[in-house]
Design a protein around this ligand. Sequence first.
Ligand code: ADP
Ligand code: 5GP
Length: 202
Amino acid sequence: MLIVVSGPSGVGKGTVISRLLERQPELAKSVSCTTRGPRPGEQDGVDYHFVSVDRFRQMVAAGEFLEYARVHQDLWYGTPIAPVEAALAAGTDIALEIDYQGARSVRQAFGNRAALVFIAPPSWDALVARLQGRSTESADATAKRLASAKREFRHIGMFEYVVVNDELERAVIELESILIAERCRLESIDWQELQRQLSSEA
Ligand code: ADP
Ligand code: 5GP
């Protein structure tokens, strides 16, 4: 299954997902392509694949994205399709940290095989404080992310789950609980095979 994690920049998606990956080592994480430059400490191929606009366009033309979208007015972000297909073929669950436009595309492509989770801040002021406290963006880039945040909030209704990232540990446990519950859905398992086995043993 795919677990899609959306929410405004600065809400703590990256922090919550990295804690989830520590707890669920068999969960894979999709590494997106972006046309934005790396922040201090971000590693190419780990946090994102940092690509030029030309390269991004080539990848779009070559059909290399599962989904892609323009975010923060002038930046492009996209999910490479090959690692997602490889993970699913291997039976590995995969987390996608993408915006609401990407979440909508994934829902259309994967239906119930994707769980859509929105990470919300405890308040607007807390979001602003986290974004500013991270100190990774210029004032202009921060303003664009706050404008994007308002757009994200207008689309909360399309998600299936909301996790309020107030206390970090609780948010991580809630996201992990969603993952575990989704794995137990009838459509996530080969229930007909299970039924056959149980019936032949009865
Ligand atoms: P995102 O990936 O959504 O852009 P980050 O994971 O980079 O957000 O988190 C933004 C900032 O908020 C970071 O400085 C992070 O340490 C901090 N943060 C994350 N979760 C919490 C939390 N529950 N309480 C307080 N600060 C948090
Ligand atoms: P930043 O990390 O630049 O502050 O914000 C990135 C924004 O783009 C976040 O809202 C994040 O969810 C979104 N994003 C990251 N990767 C992708 C992707 O591959 N596709 C889409 N649609 N959105 C993405």
